[in-house]
Design a protein around this ligand. Structure first.
Ligand code: GLC
Ligand code: MG
Length: 466
């Protein structure tokens, strides 16, 4: 079995994990120093959000040089040291690949404007994910941007774009990447006839402005699958390709066919937290998966509210995430129960007005002293960081951190927890109980917010005792 099937993935947001040079911003050398923690926790792969050269309009998702490290994060040598250490510790490194757009400050925008999408006049009703029209005036023309105006979209129908962006993958493969999380994958191609997107029935003023239209002609176009085949050819069979795809389940699973190992299953982020809703989701997803397709589950990321705030039941959430069939993705700090942090208006930095993401991007809570940095951190610490932190939880067998660590270990020692078939046994107002294979039974109690695991073939003997 490939490593990512039996492993768990841990997402590091490098700005917020560990600062090593006292500028208040996390960096690659900081991540390197904290790798032993990730090994101790028991994850297998570390996904790093972008650390490439960037003016930081979207905190690194606006790339101005895909093959260099931004000075805020360090140098290419720091990356090499990080990769070497990760591999020495048995950890795989997954990089964030941002193919859909570049920064407007990328040299291509000046030197090769033809690589972007242009129109002489606003051709349609397309809107950007971050709000407002998706066409921005530049001189006497308009360019398309799925996100910020500072993030013009590339024209993936062009061979030079494809070649240059595949070279980026090659560059990082040679430098030690074990896989890629592909950013904004559903946006990669837009309708060549540039047809208007239809209105979404039931949208109300006050809802996310992006949802006013169904993005039928701007996302999930058939051509995306060709690009994925090219990604696969470029990175080889062994490396993981994980795609960010906010899509309905039936569309999501269609992405396995072209060589994506894991179309990210982000549905737990938005499903109501009840036993029945969760069971229905798991069943629908399991039933939709093509044969041999490997499932995956996400309960947190750098774009959505923290699970401890949204769900309020971090223990139950841990049980669910780590006992469902498939590869779990953990978001840094969720293993401590880090919560969304209220950010004072004068410290807000995220450009997305509707879905402000600062609250889920605050510094990792290592200890009461705030050893994330010696300076003022780029986003404030959570008010609870003096009590909710790694140091306070590490030796406490009753802590959330210990539970995460125990469940991650259990996934390695119980083959059914890894690959046994999922079967709902019970889902009522209070409890979700399911079987994994013949030997494991998991109960998640949505009232008490806790869970338990028993080995069913052995007289319900507990397997999760401290
Ligand atoms: C993805 C990233 C998000 C970013 C956007 C534009 O959705 O996860 O953080 O803002 O793409 O690159
Ligand atoms: Mg720093």
């Amino acid at each position: 079995m490939t490593w990512w099937r039996h492993g768990a993935i841990y997402q590091v947001y490098p700005r917020s994990f560990q600062d090593s040079d006292g500028d208040g911003t996390g960096d690659l050398e900081g991540v390197r120093r904290r790798l032993p923690y990730l090994q101790w926790l028991g994850v297998d792969g570390v996904w790093l959000s972008p650390f490439y050269r960037s003016p930081m309009a979207d905190f690194g998702y606006d790339v101005s040089d895909h093959c260099d490290v931004d000075p805020a994060f360090g140098t290419l040598e720091d990356f090499d040291a990080l990769a070497a250490d990760a591999h020495r510790l048995g950890l795989k490194l997954i990089l964030d690949y941002v193919p859909n757009h570049t920064s407007i400050e990328h040299p291509w925008f000046r030197e090769h404007p033809e690589r972007y999408l242009w129109a002489d006049a606003v051709p349609n009703n397309w809107v950007s994910v971050f709000g407002g029209p998706a066409w921005e005036r530049h001189g006497d023309r308009f360019y398309y941007h799925a996100y910020l105006p500072e993030q013009p979209d590339l024209d993936w129908r062009r061979d030079d774009v494809r070649t240059a962006m595949l070279d980026v993958l090659r560059f990082w493969c040679e430098r030690g990447a074990d896989g890629f999380r592909i950013d904004a994958l559903r946006q990669l191609f837009k309708d060549d006839r540039r047809r208007d997107n239809p209105l979404r029935p039931g949208w109300h003023a006050g809802d996310d402005p992006y949802d006013r239209l169904i993005p039928e002609f701007t996302t999930d176009r058939p051509e995306v699958q060709d690009a994925i085949r090219a990604f696969r050819e470029t990175v080889g069979e062994e490396r993981l390709l994980l795609g960010e795809l906010y899509l309905p389940i039936e569309r999501l699973v269609a992405y396995y066919a072209s060589g994506l190992d894991m179309p990210a299953n982000l549905h737990l982020l938005s499903t109501p937290w009840t036993p029945r809703d969760v069971a229905a989701l798991v069943e629908r997803y399991e039933a939709a998966l093509p044969e041999d397709a490997w499932p995956n589950w996400v309960l947190g990321n750098h774009d959505r509210p923290r699970l401890a705030s949204r769900v309020g039941q971090p223990r139950a959430a841990a049980y669910l995430l780590l006992t469902l069939r498939g590869t779990p993705t953990l978001y840094y700090g969720d293993e401590l129960g880090m919560r969304d942090v209220d950010i004072a208006p004068d410290r807000r930095v995220d450009p997305w007005a509707f879905g402000n993401r600062d609250p889920c991007r605050t510094p990792m809570q290592w200890d009461a002293a705030g050893s994330f940095t010696t300076a003022q951190p780029w986003l404030p610490f959570a008010p609870d960081h003096a009590t909710v932190n790694v140091e306070a939880q590490r030796e406490d067998p009753g802590s959330l951190l210990s539970l995460y660590r125990r469940l991650l270990a259990l996934r390695r020692s119980e083959p059914d927890l890894l690959s046994g078939a999922y079967r709902t046994l019970e889902a009522d107002d209070r409890v979700l109980r399911f079987a994994r294979g013949d030997s494991i039974e998991v109960t998640i109690d949505f009232e008490s917010g806790d869970g338990s695991i028993v080995r069913s073939a052995h007289g319900r003997e507990g397997v999760n005792k401290r």
